[in-house]
Design a protein around this ligand. Structure first.
Ligand code: SAH
Length: 263
């Protein structure tokens, strides 16, 4: 399915994703149109490479996920990304999906991107400055350097609580890297009624995209959505170790994307 969605421009890519049924909700389509993927890739908006439906390396053994995977994630979360909602993007990488989430929660909501590689946070900040400076200036979008397995760091949580909001904080959580097991800290930070989407499984294969919904009583309901391959949610040291298994993992991820499976 994935190869059908390539475009030469951002508009063409969005039209093809819509035609393929991967983008369905009008307000999601509008948000994705506003946030040009070309501002978040290494190649930039003048290269057709930016609009291919595949993951692309962004350095530091990370990738910007494929457009069809961004669509799958955002459509799963859409009902919880409303004006005023508070959202978290763990492993925000290029910052693309964080910006789309922030647009959907604006003008009064907030979206945090948490990423453990400081250089990627700088890059995502610069990408968003080019693409959607209004979201940054208004405080609707913020990138934070931290280990996302622990959720949003305390200092940021405190600033939210000072505005009168109590823990747990998030209406929607997106995790953009595969967790070996669902991190408790993320479940704790999910509000009753909130939804988290997270790839779960071992590095390099047999991962399942899961949708977790917390009900009003705090019980968590799990749904398996599809098989996926994502880079691992791991420590900074493990990610940066320039070993062959990381390279093989990135290669298999790009190949599986051609089959419509990878991130
Ligand atoms: N949704 C992002 C995906 C980036 S790839 C995009 O489309 O651009 C996954 C990201 O997760 C990488 O940037 C990687 O650095 C980050 N990551 C992996 N483990 C992490 C952790 N423990 N804490 C924070 N970020 C992590």
């Amino acid at each position: 399915m994935a190869w059908r969605c390539h475009g030469n421009t951002h508009r063409e890519l969005i039209d093809n994703l819509q035609r393929a049924g991967l983008l369905r909700t009008p307000r999601v389509i509008e948000a994705m149109k506003k946030i040009d993927r070309g501002h978040f890739t290494v190649e930039g908006p003048t290269s057709a490479m930016s609009y291919r439906d595949s993951p692309q390396p962004i350095g530091y053994n990370a990738t910007i996920s494929a457009p069809h995977m961004h669509c799958e994630m955002i459509e799963l979360l859409e009902g919880h990304l409303k004006d005023g909602a508070v959202a978290l993007d763990v492993g925000s990488g290029s910052g693309y999906l964080t910006a789309v989430m922030a647009d959907l929660c604006s003008p009064t909501g907030r979206t945090y991107g948490v990423e453990h590689i400081p250089e990627l946070v700088e890059m995502s900040q610069a990408n968003a400055e080019k693409s959607c400076p209004r979201l940054l200036a208004s405080g609707c979008l913020k990138f934070v350097v931290a280990d996302g397995q622990m959720g949003l760091p305390d200092a940021e949580c405190r600033s939210l609580k000072q505005e009168g909001k109590e823990m747990p904080l998030f209406d929607a959580i997106h995790v953009g890297a595969a967790a070996a097991a669902i991190p408790d800290s993320l479940l704790h930070q999910l509000k009753p009624g909130g939804v988290m989407v997270i790839p779960v499984g071992p590095k390099g294969g047999d991962q399942t995209l899961m949708k977790l919904t917390k009900d009003a009583a705090g019980r968590v309901h799990r749904e398996n959505i599809t098989s996926v391959i994502f880079v691992p949610l791991t420590s900074k040291e493990a990610q940066l170790a320039d070993d062959n298994s990381t390279k093989v993992n990135l290669l298999s991820l790009m190949l599986s994307s051609l089959r419509g499976q990878g991130e």
